[in-house]
Design a binder for this molecule. Structure first.
Ligand code: CS2
Ligand code: MG
Length: 408
């Protein structure tokens, strides 16, 4: 069996999805997602200039050897651009493998460990009252788990995932207002003084059953993160996400020493080597690495297996920067993983998105039920795709009030 061609498509409804389609001499094709939010043209170029020329003629069934070829063959290894590019190839090869076997990908991983996989939505609000309405709406829709973010009184500008206006639901699709990022201003002290009480009010309002998640989005120093995690311990969050930038994996020890609040990290990681210490030293409770940025299903499965040895559960990233293709790949991993935790679920779900990516996966009552179709269970309509192209856009950068450049 041979790969005969591969095409890359950039664009989509309200999002610059990067979609890879691999064709074979048996007429079966596979789909992969290489969407690197905010830098979409780069994995597309990496595929076109460096990976696809080598891919043509390879046997698509040898997905492990192809993964090793592109990982080791690069010499300068890893990084989000490369891992997104061959993550897409890997997803497409699993799609082809499933179609050839006549099985959904989860069967090739080891079958089902559960029927439905719990997901969480993103509730947000310009202020706490707005956020409460957003949480109530998701509970009404059947969600059992909700991530909560809200405006902080006195914060100089709106901050991460918080709308400027009440009643607006901010998404984090890249803002298509040109490539120069907007600047947001952040005040950690104001946030640390306000947010724990806001989270406590949400717990009081919605009771002990609701799974409440909160994303600090890398904005605190390790000591501040330890203080925050300790302050919210009585609220029993489902998880506190990215409390501090995790390049310094040892910094997470401080949080563990001061709090039992569950910690989730990993959406910005793109290989097992960036999180193996966090996992082996059990400094986190959920690993967030995504199929797109993390080198596809083959590499993500390695991370899930390592995590399973250390009581760490999965909580894959699933922001709008993930097309229904990588969400489908993750749905198969979520159905199989013995240490599944939760899935972030922000697939746009608009009619335009569904027309571009017809999918057999089902989301109901806050649970995703994986497709039974052979392969990934998602398709890609090239006619629909023809109307879209890359739109320059960037998410904001963040500065502190004295001008210091900070973490978005
Ligand atoms: C966020 C992401 O969903 C999340 O947990 O951290 O949406 C993140 O803001 C974007 O992916 C950045 O591009
Ligand atoms: Mg996050």
């Amino acid at each position: 069996m041979k790969i005969t061609d591969a095409k890359v498509f950039v664009g989509g409804p309200a999002k610059n999805y990067v979609t890879l389609k691999i064709f074979t001499d048996q007429g079966v094709y596979g789909l992969g997602d290489a969407t690197l939010n905010n830098r979409e043209t780069l994995p597309a170029q990496y595929l076109q200039d460096y990976l696809i020329p080598s891919l043509i003629g390879m046997d698509p069934r040898n997905s492990e050897d192809i993964w090793q070829f592109f990982y080791r063959g690069a010499y300068f290894r890893r990084g989000p651009i490369a891992m997104a590019a061959f993550g897409a190839i890997d997803m497409a090869l699993w799609d082809i493998k499933g179609k050839m076997a006549g099985m959904p990908v989860y069967q090739l991983l080891g079958g089902k460990s559960r029927e439905g996989a719990m997901v969480y939505a993103h509730a947000t609000g310009a202020d706490l009252e707005d956020l409460m309405d957003s949480v109530a709406a998701y509970i009404e829709d059947g969600y059992k788990a909700v991530r909560v973010q809200c405006g902080i009184p006195g914060m100089p500008t709106a901050s991460y995932a918080v709308p400027e206006e009440k009643g607006d639901s901010k998404n984090y699709m890249t803002n298509f207002s040109g490539i120069r990022p907007k600047v947001e201003v952040w005040d950690s002290d104001r946030y640390i003084r306000y947010m724990p009480d806001a989270l406590a009010e949400i717990r009081d309002r919605f009771g002990p059953e609701l799974h409440i998640l909160h994303d600090v989005h890398h904005r605190l120093l390790p000591r501040e993160a330890a203080e925050f995690a300790k302050a919210v311990e009585p609220i029993r969050l489902f998880w506190l996400e990215d409390p501090t930038p995790a390049e310094d994996q040892d910094a997470l020890r401080l949080i563990r020493q001061h709090s039992t609040t569950p910690i989730a990290i990993g959406e910005v990681f793109n290989s097992i080597w960036e999180c193996n210490k966090l996992i082996e030293n059990e400094l986190i409770d959920y690993i967030r690495v995504a199929a797109t940025y993390g080198g596809g299903i083959t590499h993500l499965k390695r991370i899930v297996d390592l995590a399973a040895l250390h009581h760490v559960k999965t909580g894959f990233h699933g922001a709008p920067s993930h097309s229904p293709i990588s969400m489908a790949a993750q749905a198969h991993l979520n159905a199989w993983a013995p240490n599944f935790g939760i899935q972030e679920y922000l697939v746009l779900g608009t009619p335009e998105c569904n027309a571009l990516f017809p999918s057999e996966h089902r989301m109901e009552n806050g649970m995703v039920f994986v497709s039974e179709a052979p392969g990934l269970g998602v398709d890609f309509d090239e006619n629909e795709a023809a109307q879209y192209s890359y739109q320059p856009g960037s998410h904001p950068v963040v500065r502190l009030q004295d001008g210091t450049l900070w973490n978005y």
